[in-house]
Design a protein around this ligand. Structure first.
Ligand code: NAP
Ligand code: HSE
Length: 433
């Protein structure tokens, strides 16, 4: 297996030699013959860049030119593809990516923050320069979901995209469940294991997953990336009690992203939700990611795999590199940037069933008072379960029929006046799959 002797090599300049960057270096070195055979030309690294040249990086970098400045790397004459693996949506990552595109060079990046914040302008810049920006690794790590949406499902009208796209949150939630440990303990475990981003709020606050959802929504619905319109809520308020009680009612709690085009506009939310325990999303354990896509012709498809880590993420980067080596050029978000619509954000979420957990005082008529408040708010009860009164208050779980978030908020606001609800009720949306 090898490329034709005369084939022009594709020359990569890699900025960022951390987890992902070194993973890419290893694949290029290990699979040189395979890459050349599959693309018809050698794929080589000519130059690299990181902050600290003295760091031991577990790879032989001696054959590559070293740059201390990513912008300089992007401008080198011997670099055809600028591979941005530094991270961050401003600073070096943004400046060097823009410099590469302005110079007409193709860019491959794993940087979801960069795409979520500046996707539209980068897409326009790329098209103006006749260049391409690819970002498979930015969403769900090793799962080729960008390719699936942009290419394999290009003949579908997409109805809904949803998924678990932050492995750290899924690890925390499933570990809480299986070990019966509280959030704070498992959060600390995740920190010790190195699962958390330098700023943990990117993970547990839902921001990282929100970036990924905004990118998928742009491709799925032909709209400009609008991360600022994603409704975000993290997992910090999820208690072990809710995980157990949701389980009793046949559900699992997930940090779930959902994007769908409704009659009221584009709905994008990354929030803790209940999903049926028996569904593919309900069965997803640990740090694995899953993306569910629904199209008018294909129906529902489920993609599952490693959402992070050296090998899976580098695998996705190399998929993009190979597309470029083969000469495949696609518009950034699946259609020319000028045709991407400015989305109208949906002001409210589509109706859904809700899970409510309340603590009810042991008083005659307490349940009736709660039911009255729900009824007056227009919320209809589907199922209900009351546990024993340990002290004075008993946990009560209610699964509602489909209702609006506004009706749920109205009911919750009405509970204190009943005099029978202790503490703050918990309300979580149930996502049907
Ligand atoms: P990382 O391990 O922290 O590595 C970052 C690299 O960038 C380091 O080599 C660092 O240099 C270099 N760097 C940072 N600032 C720089 C600057 N101003 N100039 C030159 N080099 C600079 O990060 P990572 O985990 O590989 O992530 C890289 C990108 O992939 C991020 O956008 C991340 O969101 C994305 N991503 C990561 C994963 C994952 O599993 N890790 C999964 C999906 C996507 P030094 O080594 O000298 O400090
Ligand atoms: N912090 C991310 C996660 C990995 O936990 O899924 C990179 O996207």
């Amino acid at each position: 297996m090898s490329a034709p002797a005369q084939a022009t090599p594709l020359r990569l300049g890699i900025a960022g030699l951390g987890t992902v960057g070194i993973g890419v270096v290893k694949i290029v070195q290990r699979h040189a013959d395979l890459l050349a055979a599959r693309s018809g030309r050698p794929v080589v690294i000519t130059a690299v860049c990181a902050r600290d040249r003295t760091k031991n990086r577990d790879a032989d970098l001696s054959g590559y030119a070293w740059e201390t400045d990513a912008v300089a790397l992007a401008g080198r004459d011997d670099v055809d593809v600028f591979v941005e693996l530094m991270g961050g949506h401003e600073g070096a990552a943004r400046h060097a990516t823009e410099a590469a595109l302005r110079a007409g060079k193709n860019v491959v990046t794993a940087n979801k923050a960069l795409l979520a914040h500046h996707g539209q302008e980068l897409a326009e810049m790329a098209e103006a320069a006749g260049a391409v920006i690819r970002f498979e690794a930015a969403v769900a790590g090793g799962i080729p979901v960008i390719k699936a949406l942009t290419e394999g499902l290009a003949g579908n009208q997409i109805r809904r995209v949803m998924g678990v796209m932050n492995g750290t949150c899924n690890y925390i939630l499933t570990r809480m469940e299986t070990a019966g440990l509280p959030y704070d303990t498992v959060f600390e475990e995740a920190r010790q294991l190195g699962y958390l981003e330098a700023d943990p709020n990117l993970d547990v606050g839902g921001i990282d997953a929100g970036h990924k959802l905004a990118i998928l929504a742009a491709i799925a619905f032909g709209t400009r990336v609008s991360f600022e319109a994603v409704k975000l809520e993290g997992i910090g308020r999820i208690s072990i009690d809710d995980i157990r009680r949701a389980g009793d009612m046949g559900y699992k709690i997930k940090l779930l992203g959902v994007a769908q085009m409704t009659g009221r506009g584009l709905e994008q939310r990354m929030t803790p939700c209940l999903v049926p325990a028996s569904s593919p999303l309900g069965q997803l354990h640990g740090g694995t990611n899953m993306v569910v896509i629904e199209g008018d012709s294909v129906g529902q498809i489920v993609l599952r795999g490693a959402g992070a880590g050296e090998g899976p993420t580098a695998s996705a980067v190399m998929g993009d590199v190979m597309d470029l080596a083969r000469g495949l050029k696609l518009p950034t978000f699946g259609m020319p940037a000028a045709q991407l619509a400015a989305p109208t954000p949906a002001v409210t979420s589509a109706p859904a069933s809700y899970y409510l957990r309340l603590h009810l005082l042991d008083k005659p008529g307490a349940l009736a008072k709660v039911a009255t408040v729900l009824g007056e708010a227009g919320v209809s009860i589907s199922r209900m379960r009351q546990y024993g009164h340990d002290d004075s208050a008993a946990p009560v779980l209610i699964v509602t029929h489909k209702t609006t978030p506004e009706a749920i908020s109205l009911a919750i606001a009405g509970f204190p006046a009943t005099g029978v609800v202790e503490g703050e009720p918990v309300a979580l949306r149930i996502e049907e799959l």
